[in-house]
Design a protein around this ligand. Structure first.
Ligand SMILES: Cc1cc2nc3c(=O)[nH]c(=O)nc-3n(C[C@H](O)[C@H](O)[C@H](O)COP(=O)(O)O)c2cc1C
Length: 147
C-alpha cells in the first residue's frame, strides 16, 4: 500500500479528558458517534453514521486483532485492546478501546465502544507488536512515499 499524503505521518492526540464513543449494528455499521469521535477522526457525525466502522481502520492494524475481536464479541464477551485508527485526512490516532454488546430484553441488538487515550510508551510498544504481527502474517508491509 502506498500513501502519497504527508498527513499520513501526523498524529492526533486524544485529550486525557475525552471519551470517543460509538455504537454499531451487529454488522459493524455505525449507528451512533459522539462529537469527540467526529473531531478526533476528522469526520462529521453525519459522515460517520451508517458507514462501516472500518472507515477508520488503519493499514498498520493487523487482521488478526479484528478477527479475535469479532470472535470474542460473537461469544458475547467484552473485548479490550489497543487500536491505531486512520483519520479522514490519513493522519492517525491511538486509543484503548473497550467493545461490548448492547442488550434489549436480553437480546443482543448492537455493539458499543468506548475509547480512551494511551501513553506514548504504549503506542511504541503496540506499533512494534502490530508491525511484528503483520510481518509474521505476511500482510500489508508499509511503504511510505515521502512528498
Ligand atoms: C462497536 C465497534 C467498534 C469498532 N471500532 C473500531 C475502530 O475504532 N477501528 C477499527 O479499525 N475497527 C473498529 N471496529 C471493527 C470494524 O468493524 C472492522 O472489523 C475492522 O475495522 C476491520 O475491518 P475489516 O473487517 O473490513 O477487515 C469496531 C467494531 C465494533 C463492533
Amino acid at each position: 500500500m502506498e500513501f502519497l499524503q504527508s498527513e499520513f505521518l501526523i498524529e492526533t492526540i486524544v485529550p486525557e479528558d475525552e471519551l470517543i464513543i460509538s455504537r454499531t449494528d451487529l454488522k459493524g455499521n455505525i449507528t451512533y458517534a459522539n462529537e469527540t469521535f467526529a473531531y478526533i477522526s476528522g469526520y462529521t457525525v453525519e459522515e460517520l453514521i451508517g458507514k462501516p466502522h472500518n472507515i477508520v481502520r488503519h493499514p498498520d492494524m493487523p487482521k488478526r486483532v479484528f478477527k479475535q475481536m469479532w470472535e470474542k464479541l460473537q461469544r458475547k464477551e467484552k473485548w479490550e485492546g489497543v487500536v491505531k485508527n486512520l483519520r479522514k485526512d490519513t493522519g492517525f490516532y491511538w486509543v484503548h478501546a473497550t467493545i461490548s454488546g448492547v442488550y434489549k430484553d436480553d437480546k443482543l441488538v448492537e455493539y458499543k465502544s468506548i475509547r480512551i487515550p494511551i501513553s506514548h510508551t504504549e503506542k511504541i510498544k503496540f506499533q512494534r507488536l502490530y508491525d511484528s504481527y503483520r510481518n509474521i502474517d505476511k500482510e500489508n508491509i508499509r511503504k511510505i512515499i515521502y512528498t
